[in-house]
Unconditional design. Sequence first.
Length: 385
Amino acid sequence: MISRPVALLTAAIAVVGANSMVLAPITGAVARDLGGDPAEIVQAAAAYGITTAISAIFLAPRADVIGPDKALKQSVVILILSMILSILAGSKWALIGAQALGGIGAGMAIPAIYSLAPQLGPKGEEKRTMGLVLSGWTLALVGGVAGSGFLAEWAGWRAVYWALLLAIVAVFIVMQRIDLRVEKLSTSPTSPLTALRVPGIGRGLFAAMALMLGFYGTYAFIGAHVDEALGLGTDRAAVVTLFYGTGFGLAALIDRYVDRLPQRQAGILSFTGLTMIYLVLAGFGGTFALLTGFALLWGIVQHLGLNFVVSRLSSLDASQRGAVLGLNSAVTYIAVTGGALAFRPAYEAGGLMLCNLLSAICVGAAVIESLTTPKEELRTAPSDG
């Protein structure tokens, strides 16, 4: 049974994750209210991603000194303020500013949550606990992509941020009632520079970049593929997303079995599975039914890959976990932007099939990295106390 602290962390990642996803489906509604066109409103999402990466690099390491529980509480306060300002935004630039502030909070929150997860779960089940917390992204995906569009159509785009505000306030209130304190292992301030000197960090971040660049390089163009190549509406694209999210959540049920595998074997299994799925999507993604079915499998294996990457980085140096996981979050948000920009020429030249092939190459590189990583770098962290 999931413990109360782990359930709270899962809820927190769901709200923080949803906040990062809600703007894309409602840009049209926001543009009609604030003026301008949807492409201009996307600048707010870009501001969120940029400040998230910057915050993850420079502010997330504070968790190693003050404790990830305190860092999480501070980040939630920033997110609450961001959501209030988003609700009150009367212009495009006001919304961009509010979202930029939200990115600062997210860049602190996500590494803090990832840092707390293995320490608050049962000993020996760190990867399973991390998997449970990662399942919060399923709630974020369903609520952020599907729910926000419906709510914006029904009650206006500001209602989306009202819903997020109520959710994050509820998380903050519960945080005051549940003890999230863990032992602080760092005796001196950490930073991106100290984290980059941790043995194994380069390979770990390479695997993270390969995983997330492969994912976003395909995911970013699913909607366009369903609309343009298959001739179906955006509602069908939402179905693909829903199946992917369902698979991502279902994978939490098998985390306990994967947790028993040696870390190297778990990485090879996850990345090889993803490589095969991208190749299958390249061959059969032109049929909606097959695309949807394989999206379910894609979600399952993507979850396993992400669990491996985050657990691996988390275990490198417990005293610098905040700084290390901050770099992971920065890499993730660089991949969000890089995937959309770098794969766009490929989509225009060869459609989703070419994007799938490039994604397969990305995670194929991660397979090679896992096969060649020295065993001493794939180790379990020192005791958290």
